[in-house]
Design a protein around this ligand. Structure first.
Ligand code: PHE
Length: 349
C-alpha cells in the first residue's frame, strides 16, 4: 500500500457520507438505525477507521481533514436523528390506526337473556304478598300421603282425593305433592302457637293427560294466615288487593262457593277477564270471568293438626296456579308452551 495522502482520506470521507446516507434510507426500524449507527459512527465504525490514518498525514494537512470529518459526522448524526424521529412517528401512527374504532360501522347486537315467564310471574306474586307482610316458606316437593291428604282432612278413601290425580312412588306413603297445601301443615307445626302469615310457592305434580290447559308439573303459590280474629273479610281484602296489583287497578272480583276438604267455607275467586274486560272472549270462554284461585277459611281439623286450638285461632288459606295467571296476563293459549322451551314464546313474553 502506497503512502496515504490527504486526497485519499477526503475521498474516503465523501464515500462514507454517500454509503451511510444510502444505508440510512433503507433503515426502517429503530433497531435498524442502531445497527446503522454502530456500522458508520460507532467506536469500531467506518468513520473511526478512516480517522485512524490521520496520524500519518503531515501536520499541516490534518486540520482540513479534521474539519471535513467533523462535518460528515455532524451531518450523519443529524440525519440519523431525523430518521429515528420519523420512524417513532410512523410507529405511533401505526399503533393509533390499529387501535382506532370506526364509529361509522354498524353496531353488533347484544342478545340479552331474560327471566322465564314463570320466574317473573312468581316474583310479581312474591312482591305483592311480601309487601302485605307474608313471608315465603319452603316445603318439600316429595311428600307423604299424610301431609298431602290426611292432615288436610282427607283420610284414606276420602272421595275428595279424586280431585288430585296423584303420582305415587314405589315407597308406600310417599308421593309427589299434588298441591302446595301440604306445606300448610309444615308451616303451622313449625310456628304454632304463634300467628302465621306465609306464602308457599313451588312445583306441584299431577298425573294428568297433558293438553292445552293441563300439565303434569306446574307451580302453585299457597297462602296461609293463622291468628286470632281472622275472618273471611281478611281473606277477601287480601285477595282483592292482590288481584288489583297483579292485573291492574279496578278489577272486578267475585267469590263463588266451592268445596275443599281443608277449608270451610270454601270459595273460588274469579276476576273479570283481563283480555276482554268482561265482554267475553276465547280466553274466558265467553263468560267474561277468569278463575284465578281456590280459597277458604282453614278447617278446624286442619288447624288442630297444625297445632292450633280451633276455638281460639282461625285462619284463611288460598292456592293459585302461577302458569294459569301468566296465561291470562299475557294471553298465551297453551300451558304446554311454558316448559317446551320454544324460543318464539320465550322471546315474545
Ligand atoms: N290446594 C287447592 C288446589 O290445589 C287450592 C286451595 C288452596 C284451596 C288453599 C283452598 C285453600 O286446588
Amino acid at each position: 500500500m502506497g503512502k496515504i495522502v490527504q486526497q485519499d482520506i477526503l475521498e474516503q470521507l465523501e464515500q462514507l457520507r454517500q454509503d451511510a446516507g444510502a444505508a440510512l434510507a433503507q433503515a426502517n426500524t429503530t433497531e435498524a438505525t442502531r445497527e446503522w449507527y454502530a456500522e458508520y459512527l460507532g467506536r469500531k465504525g467506518r468513520l473511526t477507521g478512516i480517522l485512524r490514518n490521520l496520524g500519518s498525514l503531515p501536520v499541516e494537512e490534518r486540520p482540513l481533514v479534521g474539519k471535513v470529518a467533523n462535518e460528515v459526522k455532524v451531518a450523519l448524526e443529524n440525519a440519523v436523528q431525523e430518521r429515528q424521529n420519523a420512524i417513532a412517528q410512523a410507529e405511533m401512527e401505526a399503533v393509533r390506526r390499529a387501535e382506532s374504532v370506526d364509529v361509522t360501522l354498524p353496531g353488533r347486537t347484544q342478545t340479552l337473556g331474560k327471566l322465564h315467564i314463570t320466574t317473573r310471574t312468581l316474583r310479581d306474586i312474591y312482591a305483592i304478598f311480601t309487601a302485605m307482610g307474608f313471608q315465603i316458606y319452603d316445603s318439600p316437593d316429595v311428600e307423604t300421603d299424610e301431609y298431602n291428604f290426611q292432615l288436610l282432612n282427607m283420610p284414606p278413601g276420602h272421595p275428595a282425593r279424586d280431585m288430585w290425580d296423584t303420582f305415587y312412588t314405589t315407597t308406600p306413603g310417599l308421593i309427589l305433592r299434588t298441591h302446595t297445601s301440604s306445606g300448610q301443615i309444615h308451616a303451622m307445626r313449625e310456628y304454632a302457637p304463634d300467628p302465621i302469615r306465609v306464602i308457599l310457592p313451588g312445583k306441584v305434580y299431577r298425573y294428568e293427560a297433558v293438553d292445552a290447559s293441563h300439565e303434569s308439573m306446574f307451580y302453585q303459590v299457597e297462602g296461609l294466615a293463622v291468628g286470632k280474629h281472622i275472618t273471611f273479610c281478611d281473606l277477601k281484602g287480601v285477595l282483592i288487593n292482590f288481584a288489583n296489583q297483579m292485573y291492574g287497578e279496578g278489577r272486578q272480583a267475585r267469590f263463588r262457593k266451592s268445596y275443599f276438604p281443608f277449608t270451610e267455607p270454601s270459595v273460588e275467586m274469579d276476576i273479570d277477564c283481563v283480555l276482554c274486560n268482561g265482554k267475553g272472549c276465547p280466553v274466558c270462554k265467553y263468560t267474561g270471568w277468569l278463575e284465578i284461585l281456590g280459597a277458604g277459611m282453614v278447617h278446624p281439623v286442619v288447624l288442630e293438626n297444625g297445632g292450633y286450638d280451633p276455638s281460639r285461632f282461625s285462619g284463611f288459606a288460598f292456592g293459585m296456579g302461577s302458569e294459569r295467571m301468566a296465561l291470562q296476563k299475557y294471553g298465551i293459549d297453551d300451558i304446554r308452551y311454558f316448559y317446551a322451551n320454544d324460543m318464539r314464546l320465550l322471546e315474545r313474553v
